[in-house]
Write a protein that binds this ligand. Structure first.
Ligand code: LLP
Length: 431
């Protein structure tokens, strides 16, 4: 089994957090997002404990809400001592509606509108991660008008390529996020920020990419950021108090993927930072990371009901399910790998090679190709593992399909956290 919180019971059914997935589908319907709360908490603790052990006090992990965002998630994050990275007023609203303290929010975005900035300021968002000059000026003005001295981090791009998918790689120089160090623009950005009387610059932010398996690219980013920090100290006497190194530790989608040693990577990163600071005689900054995927991906799975098999003779067999790119667009977008399991027939031999297709009117609507399952029957239940990140949040209503419900399992019990959409929801905004 890919993860230890999954199991098989005496009926040959897949279990998650001790709950039978077949029962979950019967009770809540399918497609269904399932999130294991114990695993989610354990993933948070992996970070918080490694942070406590290796980074200076005041360092903490921020959960990246872009990977998963619903009200009921935020009380859990708060209990686990996480901060949160938010990228839109909608994410801010959701976090606050979930009771999350505004002070522990870090607001991202490369195109925050005036309304966004004002909403976040008036909501008391603790930190803004400023992406560009226009934002700097507007934020300074709006903060001043409200008598707020706003804490900010400045987003800079160190120009690292962590050898990941192009589409999820944001540390390169040529990208729409942040201000590049190499071209000299970041130095001017810092000078401008330090002159803003309503902003308090705490440090820098960089995000180099996603699905990163080792500490090395983060260490490379630290080298570049420290070098830059040193220059800024010399130029302005400005000392960085916080380095936010973004998100990106990877997760296992397949058995063949490596296991990521997050505590080991954090330790290596902390040692690298300490050494770099010593060499430059630079005060050790507090550190923030923004993990999304590695907190929620493996805590989640999706259940689908099989509609039938279609064999194209001489080509392949399609197993169709009652969801698809509307609840998980990641194969259609990135050819992302997933492990698919026969949730109600875990002990049957998997000798049927097939492609799992969704129900949308689009030939690219596939969940996974060339995988092995028991020969499927109409009504079988399939589980797609590791769907906790970037599935729920990237879901759509294409073909006017209703978005699935999301249930959280804990202590052998399940509770509905997000209800399934209804047809009324689909037309709720239509006038
Ligand atoms: N911080 C920043 C500034 C980010 O841009 C991201 C992800 C994260 C943190 C969280 O990264 P994570 O720990 O989740 O890798 N839709 C794509 C992923 C896009 C990631 C964009 N930024 C996918 O489905 O793989």
């Amino acid at each position: 089994m890919l993860y230890e919180h999954l199991g098989v019971n005496e009926l040959g059914h897949l279990t998650v957090g001790g709950v039978d997935t077949v029962q979950l589908a019967e009770e809540f319907g399918a497609p269904l997002y399932v999130l294991d709360e114990a695993r989610l908490r354990a993933n948070c603790r992996t970070y918080t404990q490694a942070f406590a052990a290796h980074f200076p006090e005041g360092s903490y992990p921020l959960f990246a809400g872009k990977s998963l965002c619903f009200k009921g998630l935020y009380p859990v994050l708060e209990e686990e001592g996480m901060g949160a990275d938010v990228v839109s007023p909608g994410e801010i609203y959701t976090a606050l509606a979930g009771g999350f303290p505004a002070q522990r929010l870090y607001f991202h975005g490369n195109n925050k509108t005036d309304e966004d900035l004002i909403y976040a300021l008036e909501s008391g968002v603790g930190h803004f991660i400023v992406d560009n000059h226009s934002e700097l000026e507007r934020l300074n003005q709006f903060a001043g008008e409200r008598d707020i001295r706003q804490k900010v981090l400045l987003r800079v791009t160190p120009g690292i390529d962590p050898h990941t998918l192009q589409a999820i790689n944001t540390g390169r120089i040529d990208c729409q996020f942040g201000v590049p160090i190499e071209t000299g623009q970041a130095a001017r950005f810092v000078a401008a920020a330090l002159s803003m009387e309503n902003l308090e610059v705490e440090g820098f932010h960089s995000h180099i990419g996603s699905q990163i398996f080792e500490a090395e690219p983060f260490c490379d980013a630290v080298d570049i950021l420290l070098e830059f920090a040193q220059e800024m100290r010399q130029a302005h006497g400005f000392v960085v108090q916080v380095l936010n190194l973004g998100g990106g530790f990877g997760v296992r989608y397949l058995e063949s993927d490596p296991v990521v040693d997050i505590p080991g990577n954090i330790k290596a990163l902390a040692e690298h930072l300490r050494q770099g600071c010593q060499e430059k005689d630079y005060p050790l900054p507090r550190v923030l990371l923004e993990p999304g995927r590695s907190i929620v991906a493996d805590a989640g799975l999706t259940l689908y009901r099989v509609g039938g098999i279609k064999t194209i003779e001489g080509y392949r067999s399609y197993v169709t399910v009652n969801g698809g790119m509307t609840d998980n667009p990641r194969y259609a977008l990135y050819q992302a790998p997933y492990t698919v399991l026969p949730a109600d027939r875990m002990n049957d031999p998997r000798d049927f090679v097939c492609t799992v297709a969704g129900r949308c009117c689009e030939s690219g609507d596939l969940i996974q190709e060339n995988i092995s399952l028991p020969r499927a029957n109409r009504g079988d239940l399939l589980a797609v593992l590791t769907t906790g990140a970037y599935n729920f949040t990237m879901a759509s209503n294409y073909n006017r399909l209703c978005r699935p419900a999301l249930v959280m399992v804990r202590d052998g019990k399940a509770r509905l956290a997000v209800r399934r959409q209804t047809f009324e929801d689909l037309v709720a905004c239509d006038l």
